[in-house]
Design a protein around this ligand. Structure first.
Ligand SMILES: Nc1ncnc2c1ncn2[C@@H]1O[C@H](COP(=O)(O)OP(=O)(O)OP(=O)(O)O)[C@@H](O)[C@H]1O
Ligand SMILES: [Mg+2]
Length: 277
């Protein structure tokens, strides 16, 4: 396992009674695309901040890429292996020009000078932002900013990329651009952890970790998690539209073969149903 966590508990008031994480177990394999899904305040960000030691583990065990997150000597290595893109791209820039911003991270990690400009260019190409090297980040659109922030992470060639609601501030086009890149990175073999409270964004994941009040409510395929109405209700989330329609149709006496997760699957199921009558 690339990420192995057991009995993780975390309280922001250490020693207090209110826990942001309670007994969380976490297993993520290399190359997996995992969605961490949960309503506001369910503990998603608190959990992933443990993966690159932005928060210190208080209780339990956690290893990421064979590194014990408690090992302070390996924090730099851990952060290089496990990159993170946040919700607000404006908070992620440190330099006034795109290429300098990406180079800054590389310099911090003492990447040889002669490699830096090549790495900056190839990272920008991977997020389809070639040609924007000399632009100021504040002159870019939200989606473009988020892709540049991601290029800064990719330049360090991490094994794991965490997106903490990285699409939340973007319009539908901007969201699609970032999701498309997430999927591309996944296909290229990266391990992707995408945090979201949009159920539609979790549909494409290999596995969903469903959180509520600091606990893991369920962990399984999108099909098993998103089509379970009781589970979704307990998580205080609304299932995807095709799932809701599937159950509404059942109430009306129409039984589709299988519960669809996407609009395409819904159309397919309805066509199959129609062909049978
Ligand atoms: N810095 C902090 N100090 C105190 N409590 C915090 C802090 N950050 C988060 N919490 C609390 O910890 C709990 C989990 O918060 P967390 O940010 O991990 O949730 P989340 O699932 O990421 O929510 P969102 O979808 O709103 O980003 C919440 O009850 C929150 O109020
Ligand atoms: Mg959060």
């Amino acid at each position: 396992m690339l990420v192995e966590g057991k009995n993780i508990c975390y309280s922001y008031a250490f020693g207090g009674f209110s826990f942001a994480l309670r007994d969380v177990d976490l297993n993520i394999a290399r190359g997996e695309f995992v969605a961490i899904l949960g309503c506001n305040g369910s503990g998603k960000s608190t959990l992933v901040k443990h993966l690159n030691a932005l928060l210190q583990l208080q209780q339990g065990e956690l290893k990421v890429a064979q590194i014990d997150v408690r090992n302070e000597k390996e924090v730099w290595l851990l952060r290089r292996r496990c990159g993170m893109v946040f919700q607000n791209p404006d908070h992620q820039f440190v330099a006034p020009v795109v290429e300098e911003d990406i180079a800054f991270g590389l310099e911090n990690y003492e990447v040889p000078r002669n490699e830096i400009s090549g790495r900056v260019r190839s990272a920008l190409a991977r997020v389809e932002m070639s040609g924007y090297e000399k632009r100021a980040p504040n002159t870019l659109s939200g989606g473009q900013k988020q892709r540049v922030a991601l290029a800064g992470v990719l330049a360090l060639d991490p094994e794991i990329i965490i997106f903490d609601e990285a699409t939340a501030m973007l319009d539908p086009d901007g969201r699609q651009e970032v999701i498309k890149i997430m999927e591309k990175l996944h296909r290229a073999g990266k391990t992707i952890i995408a945090i979201t409270h949009y159920v539609e964004e979790a549909v494409a994941a290999d596995k969903i970790i469903l959180m509520h009040q600091g606990r893991v409510l369920a962990c399984g395929s999108p099909q098993t998690v998103l089509t379970n109405l009781d589970l979704m209700k307990e998580a205080e989330l609304i299932p995807p539209f095709p799932v809701r329609l599937y159950y509404d149709l059942q109430q009306a006496g129409i039984y589709l073969n299988r519960c669809p997760l996407t609009e395409e699957e819904l159309v397919e199921e309805i066509c199959q149903f129609k062909s049978k009558i």
